[in-house]
Design a protein around this ligand. Structure first.
Ligand code: CAO
Length: 497
């Protein structure tokens, strides 16, 4: 429970202040400045009080944990996202209980449905793994009837999330002013490649963001070209940033009553994740970065943070080392950190006990210029063990090591399955597949991963049950073609035959 420590003002000062009309806290401050009284005053008592609940706070639930709904129950999202960055954000919100309604272009839908297809005729894994727990409605947002539906959606949703190319939402006619006019409580959340500035009009994909956000220039080896990383820090990373912004905007709306715009630019998101590299950029002014392997190799530093290979980004040196079987297994490696507090244990483990007291190795600064040699010696030891044996030997000694796990190993990892981080999901057209579940665990809001929707699967349900259009209105909307192919009336069908 949150507690706050309250320092009580001396009672006398409080009373005086009351008489003079001063605020008690200010008076207590001035009372402190006076010369000490003859009788030693008692020290102000420290009183720990529980933070009082806000006036309108609900009663504390008596339901069992995990059985009182979900964190975002009651929040409805108009999901105008596509590809990866936006969908990861709305998928997270859906996992936390939001009702996510995905708007898709009739006929085609999110372009990823048909990309990297592995089961002909079924939605791709690219789509299914990014769109769990959502409902899908097909709608041509550029048609008059489509806009009629969108208006009602805007009026009944709490958040609009989009990651179109810059200006696309405005071109559709959905300007902030129009949306806010329809629903002043609406939060409009966007992923864009860049924030306002030189590149604001550019279309951006994952690797462009990695390059423009500083990840690529600092990834790879010193003598090689810049590298992108397999972790989708530009797309999924920015989706995460956007989700946090949305939840904060929802919290603020509880107080202000009004919505706001939320922007997560992919360049900004990547740079945020690369903040230690900007740290190093500034440290360069003070001299070489001694924890980088190149320091020990006497390779001079340039003007910008260099690529550091597999060097640890923190103050504890670490690298990737070969393990038994590396000649044939591309993932028989371990990350090994020579954390200072366990240095002596490392020395004993690898059979170099004299390094514990030797002036060249005993203390971290002495080791910095010798890291290459030190890690080569540790590698001689790791190469005699499998990566899992290294784990078994190092973990009881608190030596930080981590196996290089392949996707195959992760997919088969029982503990990840037990926690729901890897889940098996069934799908009507593609059958069972594996997905990454919700990586964020809330003890009172349990995630239940449900399959992604088929294209337009919930169009009727949303038009009638959510938007409350009458059957006649629904017929009009459909006849206009706004939700897809115009249904043939019996007469037309006969005529067409
Ligand atoms: N009905 C009618 N039109 C629709 C529609 C619907 N339901 N949904 C989308 N459209 C239209 C848009 O209005 C847009 O039309 P205009 O260009 O005429 O305004 C058009 O479809 C294409 O949208 P887009 O430009 O966003 O799509 P794209 O495939 O050309 O570009 C991307 C994709 C990702 C490069 C671009 O959307 C982008 O830069 N987004 C922001 C950054 C981002 O999220 N990148 C990560 C993508 S994941 O790697």
């Amino acid at each position: 429970m949150a507690r706050k420590i309250v320092k009580k003002a001396p009672v006398k000062a409080k009373a005086k202040a009351k008489a003079k009309g001063k605020a008690p806290r200010a008076a207590a401050k001035s009372a402190k400045k006076k010369p000490a009284p003859k009788v030693v005053a008692k020290k102000p008592a420290l009183k720990v009080v529980a933070r009082s609940a806000p006036k309108a706070a609900p009663r504390i639930s008596k339901k069992p944990w995990g059985q009182d709904g979900k964190a975002l129950d009651g929040v409805r999202i108009l999901d105008f996202t596509h590809v990866q960055s936006g969908p990861t954000c709305t998928q997270l919100l859906a996992w936390f209980g939001a009702d996510v309604i995905k708007i898709e272009r009739p006929g085609q839908g999110d372009i990823t449905r048909g990309q990297l297809v592995d089961v002909p005729g079924a939605d791709s894994l690219y789509f299914t793994m990014l769109n769990h727990n959502k409902r899908s409605i097909t709608l041509d947002s550029k048609s008059t009837e489509g806009m009629r539906v969108l208006e009602r959606l805007v009026k009944t949703c709490d958040v609009l999330v989009e990651n179109f190319a810059p200006g696309a939402l405005d071109r559709m006619g959905l300007t902030w002013e129009r949306i806010h006019g329809w629903n002043p409580r609406m939060i409009v959340a966007s992923v864009k490649g860049f924030g306002p500035g030189t590149y604001e009009d550019c279309k951006v994909y994952e690797n462009i963001a990695q390059c423009a956000g500083g990840a690529a220039s600092t990834t790879g080896f010193l003598d090689g070209i810049p590298l992108v990383t397999g972790a989708q820090i530009g797309d999924s990373g920015t989706g995460l940033h956007l989700a946090l912004g949305i939840v904060c905007a929802l919290m603020q709306r509880n107080r202000t009553g009004r919505g706001q715009r939320v922007l997560a630019a992919m360049q900004d998101g990547v740079l945020n994740l690369c903040r230690v590299k900007l740290r190093d950029q500034q440290r360069l002014k003070a001299g070489p970065l001694k924890e980088y392997t190149q320091y020990g190799q006497n390779i001079p530093f340039g003007e910008a943070t260099p690529r550091a290979g597999n060097d640890s980004g923190g103050g504890q040196p670490g690298v990737i080392l070969k393990c038994k079987g590396w000649e044939t297994d591309p993932n028989a490696y371990i990350y090994f950190i020579t954390q200072a507090p366990v240095w002596e244990k490392i020395c004993d483990l690898i059979g170099e006990p004299e390094w514990k007291t030797h002036p060249d190795y005993a203390k971290p600064p002495a080791r910095l210029p010798r890291l290459k040699e030190i890690f080569e010696r540790i590698e001689q030891w790791t190469m005699t063990k499998t990566k899992f044996e290294v784990m078994e030997l190092c973990n009881p000694l608190d030596i930080p090591v981590g196996p290089i796990l392949s996707m195959k190993e992760l997919a088969e990892d029982q503990s990840l399955r037990n926690t729901g981080t890897i889940v098996e999901v069934d799908h009507p057209t593609r059958g069972a597949y594996l997905s990454v579940g919700n990586p964020i665990k809330l003890s009172d809001s349990i995630t239940d991963v449900k399959r992604s929707p088929l294209l337009g699967e919930h169009t009727d349900e949303i038009l009638s049950k959510v938007l409350k259009f009458t059957p006649r209105q629904i017929a009009e909307i459909k006849a206009s073609g706004a939700t897809g192919e115009v249904p043939k009336t019996p007469e037309k069908a006969i005529a067409a035959e």
